[in-house]
Design a protein. Sequence first.
Length: 247
Amino acid sequence: MKIFFLGTNGWYDSTAGSTPSILIDTVDSYIILDAGFGLAKAGEYIKKDKPVYLFLTHFHLDHICGLSALSKLPLKQSLTILSHKGLNKMLKTLFVHPYASPTKDLSFKIKTKELKEGSYNLPIKFECRKLAHIDLTFGYRLYLEDKIISYCSDTKPCINDLKLATGADILIHECGYNLQPPDDFWGHTDPEGAGKLAIEAGVKKLYLTHFGPNAFPTRAKRLEAQKRTRKIFKNSFSAFDDTMIEL
């Protein structure tokens, strides 16, 4: 199994990276996490006719703007898009003129599944839970090839964040803030918050992503975030666009 970070910025693209998207290449399928502009790179890694699943955490623009690049994906197989309630409405709003061509014009078929909190086996085994963000947002816990991959973005540390992360082999967690504000109504996390969560959850490795482009505008700033997180949890890493993990 390989995990490719295609986009690692929050909010907007910068010289530090594209908006968030991650590709997981497993024996049986391709799994994409979020559809920021990083999604445009996914076709470089999708080489086989395995099922493709796209999990959206929520519908803020930085997590769905890359849907405009779906036509770039070299798919012969269908693409299944999964997210919480409102997915179908969002897609019908987006994929219509003057915003975009209808999905029926794509060269491959789009399937959708709206999720409720809980456990699934579709045949991918996963769990999804609501996170602590300003708008409805799901985090995911994926059971893949005897490994647990947890993905939590966007959120401040919370009970469901912890439940999704507990015992994970890889926790991929957002790092939108440089410092956690005392009155955080948006719902994001700073390096120390991510490190404390990783310790409490007993994860094996933590990868920071969804970096706030103002707080972490350069590679050096991201490495500072990594250093801060490692003071709490040593197996912490800042992800960059094109970072690859092999399990």
